[in-house]
Design a binder for this molecule. Structure first.
Ligand code: ADP
Ligand code: MG
Length: 561
């Protein structure tokens, strides 16, 4: 179909557009970052496809982004010679919101302009942010390898519909023409544009060209000379000392599509047996789909600076799925695929090296309690999957875990196992914990009475994953972890000789009572015994040592088992 037609936007897309065009934002300049980011992605995609089909370059492998403006016409043009789009791709990519992240953004809208404007800053809404500064946008594009007659023109004035028609476009790639709103004409300015590019897009690996500034430039003469405004080398190939914190942060936003600053990062070049560079980030905020195990995860993979794939999940274990960043290998073939990655033993050694790197980054972060608690709130639950998945690093991960504890009696999970061990009582051999369905239940459990009386600390666990975690941790620093709600309570050396004798005497005296209770409860319980766990409550139910924990039992029950 080559006709000109008018189509309606998908509902969410229409709402988003409306919001963009009608609201006032303080941070309007981010539209340029989004459009440049897309142009850079388009260049990456072309490079990748050209690995197996060099003809896609059409004789021009010199990838770049161009920015120009016309103050009088109030237009701003961003063009690239990247992969371009077919007619169908334009309809799909620019007419609907495919990214679930943006859909999530829409759900978070409050209707309060100020709050929503902040949200836009956080989520970054990609292409549609063009409408923050423009009231009309014209996209002309042609897919690499398609004929010049297969160009596409898309036009939209920010309302419910867009026009689309097939046109001729000689040069491949995408050209985005913004018709600036009256109050956004400030962006048709060389100095302004350059400073925005420097600020947000310096890390982009291909040149971002602008007309050279000449003193005669004001007379309206066409200036033909161009110069790159950005540094135009892949950021991770530069040495650490040359990259500023702000540059690292902007690069994070580009690769992660997250618009909040990361908590920290680690940039390393590894030479020798395997030769690769990694740049790993710990985000400050969890994506909405963190718990969906099929959600996109993993690093962006480059081979010798050429983009190969997003979500290369082979480079990190699942419990580190929140890590974002880039790995650039000099050893892999440009034709590498997911299947090949899965079989390559070199990938296993890279994976364990990168895993180590992340765990080190986390233990460094743990020395900044305020930042670490931010991390823990967002990702602690996922890290708790670690000991089960990564046996070899069990002890390292264990040091990174944080718990609530009867020591603070607060719901905040901020106590480490090392903290616990340092407070263990003389003669205490085990690390005690209790698992319950919520913090309050854990905290007020009758099982804790004797521990409180003796001043022995108990970890208070109430996350779904906790029992799973404890099942795989079982030991820390040579001390076993003991569920105080399970089995016979043996406080070992913590009970004095007199205590023990007194306990035995009581048990002897109460034997007839125990027998009567057991008969009365018939088959409901396996055993009735005198307990020294309790100081105030008269009785409690415990499960045998090897039985499922109460928490696990509840989870299975909830799952209908
Ligand atoms: P995202 O970049 O996160 O995917 P955007 O809203 O920024 O979301 O862009 C939507 C889609 O439109 C992109 O995924 C891409 O497929 C397409 N697109 C946008 N700009 C370009 C461009 N300059 N060249 C080719 N495709 C583009
Ligand atoms: Mg984008």
């Amino acid at each position: 179909d080559t006709r000109k037609e008018t189509r309606g936007f998908q509902t969410e897309a229409r709402q988003l557009l409306h919001l963009m065009i009608h609201s006032l934002y303080s941070n309007r300049e981010i539209f340029l970052r989004e459009l440049i980011s897309n142009a850079s992605d388009a260049a990456d995609k072309l490079r990748f496809e050209a690995v197996s089909n060099n003809a896609l370059y059409e004789g021009d492998g010199d990838l770049k982004i161009r920015i120009s403006f016309d103050k009088d016409a109030k237009t701003l043009v961003i063009s690239d010679n990247g992969i371009g789009m077919t007619r169908d791709e334009v309809i799909d990519n620019l007419g609907t919101i495919a990214k679930s992240g943006t859909a999530q953004f829409m759900q978070n809208l409050s209707g309060d302009q100020k709050k929503d404007a902040q949200l836009i800053g956080q989520f970054g809404v990609g292409f549609y942010s063009a409408f923050i500064v423009a009231d009309r946008v014209v996209v002309t594009t042609r897919r690499a390898g398609a004929a010049a007659e297969e160009g596409v023109r898309w036009e939209c004035s920010g309302d419910a519909e867009f026009d689309i028609e097939t046109v001729e476009k000689v040069d491949r790639g995408t050209r985005i023409e913004l018709h600036l709103k009256d109050d956004a004409v400030e962006f048709a300015d060389s100095w302004r544009l350059r400073s925005i590019i420097k600020k947000y897009s310096d890390h982009i690996a291909i040149p971002i060209l602008m007309p050279k500034q000449s003193p005669l430039g004001e007379d309206g003469e066409v200036e033909s000379e161009e110069e790159a405004v950005n540094t135009a080398t892949a950021l991770w190939t530069r040495s650490r000392g040359e990259v500023s914190d702000d540059e690292y942060k902007e690069f994070y936003k580009h690769v992660s599509h997250d618009h909040t600053d990361p908590l920290t990062w680690s940039h390393n070049r590894v030479e020798g047996n395997l030769d690769y560079t990694s740049l790993l980030y710990i985000p400050a905020r969890a994506p909405y789909d963190l718990y969906n195990r099929d959600a996109s995860r993993g690093l962006k993979l480059y081979v010798q600076r050429t983009f190969i794939m997003d979500d290369a999940e082979q480079f990190l274990p699942l419990y580190l799925r929140f890590i974002k960043g880039v790995v650039d290998s000099n050893d892999l073939s440009l034709n590498v695929s997911r299947e090949i990655l899965q079989k390559d033993p070199n990938i296993d050694s890279m994976r364990s090296a990168l895993t180590k790197r992340v765990l080190e980054m986390l233990s460094k972060l743990a020395k900044e309690p305020e930042n670490y608690s931010k991390f823990w709130k967002e990702f602690g639950q996922v890290l708790k999957e670690g000991p089960a998945e990564d046996f070899a690093n069990r002890e390292k991960i264990a040091k990174l875990l944080r718990f609530s504890s009867s020591f603070t009696d607060k719901a905040d999970q901020d106590q480490s196992l090392d903290d616990y061990v340092s407070r263990m009582k003389e003669g205490q051999e085990k690390i005690y914990y209790i698992a319950a369905e919520n913090f309050t239940t854990a905290k007020s459990s009758p099982h804790l009475e004797v521990f409180r009386k003796k001043g022995i600390e108990v970890l208070l666990l109430s996350d779904r994953v906790d029992e799973w975690l404890m099942g795989h941790l079982s030991e820390f620093d040579g001390k076993s972890l003991q569920d105080v709600g399970k089995g016979e309570l043996d406080l070992g050396k913590l009970d004095s000789e007199e205590d023990k004798q007194a306990q035995e005497k009581i048990a002897e005296e109460l034997k007839p009572l125990l027998d009567r209770v057991k008969t009365a409860l018939d088959n409901e319980v396996a055993e009735v015994r005198v307990t020294h766990r309790l100081t105030d409550s008269p009785a409690c139910v415990v499960v045998a040592d090897h039985d499922m924990g109460a928490q696990m039992r509840r989870i299975l029950e909830a799952a209908g088992q």
